[in-house]
Design a protein around this ligand. Structure first.
Ligand SMILES: O=C(O)CCC(=O)C(=O)O
Length: 270
């Protein structure tokens, strides 16, 4: 696993629009890249909504350090609970291709753990190398417990902090050890509008943003098997309008419509 940066072991899947190929890529590499998942007016709408929410938070001083950003600095901004910020983010959560990959990777019902953004700015530092299924005790079960669907809001480049990944690391079926924190990774270089889905065992981190003036905005929709607690506490933080107009799939993803766990008086609350 300690491969040189130009090693064939660090090859990435080719961007595709073929969901069958994307599922094969997740099995082989631990991730897939869906090109052109957002384009034109939709991409512009997402960009506007995200940067408006980020500007609002910044203007009001509502930027909180994220407990998992071990290297945090003021150039990095998380925007939480996007579902409650603009309806366009509801569309991302329910995107047909995204939900198809969720069902294929972790089954259904699934929970939406969170949908948040990470905007790394000029000079922004790296995140620690990690896999996302942090709630799963080791030894891990031999199947992914979650999947992260990342939406590139800006172009992802090596210079502006594209997410860096260790392709195939899902096959190790364990989190990286501290002495593996600096092993070779590859940047997920992709144009804005690309959707990148990576299963929860893949090792990855935010890259350094070495630019003088470029932000790298990315939205991460994290889905897990329903036995895990959600990262965002939807019951406290969800804007009522999202619940008011929620689709059947969204009710399941938020944990309002359920079987077996999360019941009220032995039945699904909704
Ligand atoms: O910002 C990125 O590229 C990755 C973020 C990430 O891995 C995380 O939030 O867990």
């Amino acid at each position: 696993m300690l491969d040189a940066p130009d090693s064939p072991a660090l090859a990435l899947p080719k961007p595709t629009r073929d969901l069958a190929q994307a599922k094969r890529d997740i099995a082989e590499f631990g991730l897939c890249m869906i090109e052109g998942a957002m384009a034109g007016a939709k991409l512009a709408r997402v960009q506007t909504a995200l940067y408006r929410a980020a500007d609002d938070d910044r203007a009001r001083g509502q930027i909180k350090k994220y407990i998992r950003d071990h290297v945090h600095d003021d150039t990095n901004q998380r925007v939480w609970n996007l579902l409650s910020r603009d309806p366009v983010f509801i569309d991302l959560v329910e995107d047909a291709a995204a939900l198809d990959l969720v069902r294929a990777t972790i089954g259904w019902p699934a929970l939406l753990g969170n949908i948040s953004a990470n905007i790394t700015g000029p000079g922004g530092g790296e995140m620690v190398l990690h896999a996302d299924q942090t709630s799963m005790p080791v030894p891990w079960a031999p199947a992914p417990q979650g999947i992260n669907v990342a939406w590139c809001v800006d172009d992802f480049t090596d210079e502006n902090g594209a997410t860096r990944i260790v392709p195939g690391s899902h096959r190790l079926n364990r989190p990286p050890r501290p002495d593996e924190a600096e092993i070779a990774t590859v940047p997920l270089v992709a144009p804005a509008g690309t959707m990148i889905a990576f299963e929860s065992r893949v090792w990855h981190k935010t890259g350094f943003n070495r630019t003088a003036d470029k932000h790298r905005g990315a939205i991460f929709a994290w889905y897990s098997r329903p036995i895990y607690r959600t990262q965002e506490n939807w019951f406290l933080s969800l804007a009522p309008s999202v619940r008011q107009f929620a689709s059947e799939d969204m009710l399941v993803l938020l944990g309002y419509k359920t079987t077996g766990i999360g019941l009220v008086n032995g039945a699904s609350p909704v």
